[in-house]
Every structure is written in C-alpha cells, then in structure tokens.
Design a protein around this ligand. Structure first.
Ligand code: FES
Length: 86
C-alpha cells in the first residue's frame, strides 16, 4: 500500500527502513522523503514510527510509564496489606 503518494513510498518501504534502524520521523524523511510535500501521510507515518519504537526501559513516556504505574500500584497494595496484617 502506498502511504506517501507525493513520493510514492509504500508501507513496506517504511517498515523496511524502520527494521533497518530508522527510529524517528526525521529518519524517514531523510531516508525516504515521506511527509515532506503535502504532509498528509505524516500522521500515519508517525503511527508507524511509534509502533516500531522498542521499549527504552525507562524514559519512553509510553509502555515504560504504564509498567511503572502498575508497579507503583502493586507496591501500595502490598504495603496496605502488610499494614493490615500487623
Ligand atoms: S502524501 Fe506524503 S507528503 Fe504528500
């Protein structure tokens, strides 16, 4: 499927570029020229970039924060249970 009509860039090309190490919209703009003309493909390309970004382990603002919130909630529940048991 063509994602960027202006530059005739397909979803497959974008995925290959991401698999090869591109990790930002700017990388894809430099490598493939996407989202540099009319910009209509920008949101879709950005979604592809976000979906391909691996968890950084601390500061990604996405999956890692969710994991930290869950961990914090578990710690509070465990603390409350210990307080009740004492
Ligand atoms: S569709 Fe990608 S810049 Fe126009």
């Amino acid at each position: 499927m063509i994602v960027c009509v202006c530059k005739s860039v397909s979803e497959r090309q974008i995925k290959a570029c991401l698999d090869a190490g591109a990790s930002t919209m700017e990388d894809l703009q430099i490598d493939l020229g996407v989202a540099l003309c009319c910009g209509k493909c920008g949101p879709y390309v950005q979604e592809m970039v976000s979906g391909a970004t691996p968890c950084c382990g601390r500061s990604c603002g996405g999956c890692c924060q969710s994991a930290q919130v869950e961990t914090s909630t578990e710690a509070v529940v465990m603390t409350q249970e210990l307080a009740l048991a004492a």
